[in-house]
Write a protein that binds this ligand. Sequence first.
Ligand SMILES: [Zn+2]
Length: 136
Amino acid sequence: MRVLVATDRSNGVEPGDYTHCVEGELVYMQEPCASDLKNPDGPCGCGRGFAGMSSHRATTTALVTDSDLGREEIREALRSSLEAGGWLDPTICTADLAEAMVEESLHDVFRVAEHFPAGSVVRRRLSQYFVGSTPR
Ligand SMILES: [Zn+2]
């Protein structure tokens, strides 16, 4: 499957770039917070970031990669990450909601990863994804 992984490639060329992930780890996109919904170039940065499934850290650059991992392996990596992050806690989230959250996040990753050729470094502004400089 084509996936998104954290990369330092070209990270730092855009204002507001940051890279705290482990190079090559699977990443996904989280819902931006209220602050970033108003200004994804603001100090939080979640609206321009990709979340590392293993490190639980984030980066502004993701590499599109053809992976040997299958859909179910990637799904399990994402589900485990969300669970470890407390997002699927059964005291705040029903099993159906947890399932929907995993599927939606997985769908978003595949939608973006399939849109760009392997080797592309993708950036993000909220739900906009692009290669190259930030559209201003
Ligand atoms: Zn935020």
